[in-house]
Design a protein around this ligand. Structure first.
Ligand SMILES: NC(=O)c1ccc[n+]([C@@H]2O[C@H](COP(=O)([O-])OP(=O)(O)OC[C@H]3O[C@@H](n4cnc5c(N)ncnc54)[C@H](O)[C@@H]3O)[C@@H](O)[C@H]2O)c1
Length: 301
């Protein structure tokens, strides 16, 4: 495969939490982006969020106002893949975490896009190899795992499957740099690098809480002050959602074994509906506390 330039045309499928942010950073870096969502309201919301995010960045002096306007002008909303121009050099899917849906869309992308286009998934937990089964040319497919909120979070996890062309790795590193991200390259494995480590730490923190080793506040403070984590693992679990982390722990237990078995305290809290900030209580009570911005929002967190 020849060296690839930064994509001048990109397709983003799904205009939700992640898709709108991915479209924004691609457009801000100069790509013409078609943003596809079957839900008209989601598309409208996405464009509104992109506009206000770009305006905020311009107000802070992080980009020129004219640049913000130009980036917005490079994003075209589309209600279906058929409405999009079939010329994108890069397509990233950010539709819900449903393997059947993702495989179906990847198959359709392969049909409509030129054979040299790169296809990517933003999945936070599904196997790249399993998704690649949908493709005739899996060598041009890889994971590009962005974090939420995309314009703010510096990490891009580049996930290679068994069939991924190794030449895509330097290309993805370059792409990350153009998008203002720091890449890490990970072989396809459950939880990739970020979720696996993040969840391992959180599960151990929960076991410590269960065993009465220390309070939630002190466990978190130990990591924040002693290890310079911006946020302790229990507080972060409250922000991500206890239900989300339970789902990931169960998946990692099924793939990597017993060390990811969810502690009883997590299972019980989820059964009780104490899901974290979104329900007002998880390991902390959130009624009084102003909502702090999540430092890690990945569903894979
Ligand atoms: N939310 C996070 O923090 C986060 C972080 C990293 C990765 N991810 C991953 O990103 C992906 C998207 O997550 P999200 O949180 O943005 O989801 P979301 O529910 O916010 O957005 C998904 C969007 O896809 C649209 N959609 C559904 N079917 C479609 C179709 N056939 N064609 C086009 N659009 C379609 C929906 O209308 C919706 O707007 C998932 O794979 C998730 O695991 C999420």
């Amino acid at each position: 495969m020849e060296a690839r330039p930064f994509p001048s045309r990109a397709l983003v499928l799904g205009a939700g939490t992640m898709g709108h942010g991915i479209a924004q950073v691609l457009a801000a870096a100069g790509a013409e982006v078609e943003l596809v969502d079957t839900d008209a309201a989601a598309l409208e919301r996405a464009l509104g969020r992109i506009r206000s995010s770009l305006e905020r960045l311009a107000a802070k002096g992080r980009i020129e106002a004219a640049e913000a306007e130009a980036a917005l002008g490079r994003i075209r909303p589309r209600r279906s893949l058929e409405e999009a121009t079939p010329q994108a050099e890069l397509a990233i899917e950010a539709v819900p975490e449903d393997p059947a849906l993702k495989k179906e869309l990847l198959r359709r992308l392969e049909e409509v896009l030129p054979p040299e286009s790169v296809l990517a998934t933003n999945t936070s937990s599904l196997s790249i190899d399993a998704l690649a089964e949908a493709l005739d040319r899996p060598e041009r497919f890889l994971g590009l795992h962005f974090f939420n909120p995309v314009p703010v979070m510096a990490l891009l996890e580049v996930v290679t499957g068994r069939a991924t062309d190794p030449a895509l790795v330097p290309w993805a590193r370059e792409l990350a740099a153009r998008l203002g991200k720091e890449p890490v390259v990970v072989r396809d494995a459950p939880g990739f690098a970020s979720s696996r480590l993040g969840v391992a730490l959180a599960l151990e923190a929960m076991r410590m809480l269960e065993e009465g080793v220390a309070s939630a506040e002190d466990i978190d403070r130990a990591m924040e002050l002693g290890y310079r984590h911006p946020m302790g693992p229990l507080r972060l679990t409250d922000l991500v959602g206890l239900d989300v982390r339970l789902g990931i722990a169960r998946y990692l237990e099924s793939t990597l074994g017993e060390r990811f078995r969810p502690p009883a305290i997590l299972v019980r809290r989820v059964e009780e509906g104490r899901l974290g900030r979104k329900t007002g209580e998880g390991f902390y009570r959130w009624e009084e506390e102003p909502a702090a911005p999540a430092r890690e929002g990945s569903q894979g967190a």
